[in-house]
Design a protein around this ligand. Structure first.
Ligand SMILES: [Zn+2]
Length: 220
């Protein structure tokens, strides 16, 4: 059976991470998370790290070459028979085309893009309520656990991510519309897009995604 290769598209806070984790388990996919690589780079106390941090804090996109570097480095270590799951990339059309080219070159022809759709209002609401454990980095939502201040796993202090402030969120929404919507439209035209309403219970969303992936496979 051909390995499944998936990219998750959607605004920050759309539940990409949650759904990616479910899919990863079910189809035993290798996760490629550009955001994690970027946040690791930001932690470095050098000029490069500081520059990336500044760009991200403004809610801006990192340069195309840097985004490609982040996922390509991870992708090259994935065994041939394993499928992959990408989260946080591609965020712009040029990046999507490079990704398509790379996947083709590696013979990863079974490629699907999943779009988790949520409204701008919901993005703002979810991101302002998002907290991160300062120790183990587990994500929490104050919508689900109001008033929580400590990580329920390690006891670490919960903090807000630097880019979860109203101004940066607004910038990210604008950037999504300008840069990522063209990616979504591009994949839709290629008929590899699976579009799902992201403002529903987690289980309902994942059931629909899995059903659509399996249906697509049968159709081939
Ligand atoms: Zn923790």
């Amino acid at each position: 059976m051909k390995s499944l290769n998936v990219v998750f598209l959607g605004q920050a806070g759309s539940g990409k991470g949650t759904q990616a984790a479910i899919l990863k388990k079910i189809f035993s996919l290798w996760e490629i998370d550009t955001g994690t690589v970027l946040r690791e780079l930001v932690k470095k106390p050098d000029y490069f790290g500081e520059k990336i941090e500044k760009v991200m804090a403004q809610g801006k996109l990192v340069p195309l070459w840097l985004a490609v570097y982040c996922w390509l480095d991870l992708l090259m270590n994935v065994p041939e028979d394993k499928g992959i799951i990408l989260e946080g990339s591609p965020r712009q059309l040029e990046e999507a085309k490079i990704l398509e080219e790379v996947l083709n070159w590696f013979g990863r022809k079974n490629f699907r893009a999943i779009y988790l759709k949520i409204s701008d209002k919901e993005v703002l609401k979810r991101l302002l309520a998002r907290r991160l454990c300062s120790q183990c980095k587990k994500e929490y939502s104050l919508i689900l656990t109001p008033g929580l201040t400590q990580c329920s796993i390690c006891g670490g202090k919960l903090i807000k991510r630097a880019d979860d402030n109203p101004k940066a969120i607004k910038n990210r929404i604008e950037f999504f519309k300008k840069n990522t919507l063209p990616v979504i439209n591009y994949f839709r035209k290629k008929k590899i897009l699976i579009e799902v309403d992201g403002e529903r219970p987690i289980e309902e969303i994942s059931k629909e995604i899995i059903k659509k992936i399996k249906k697509d496979k049968k159709g081939k």
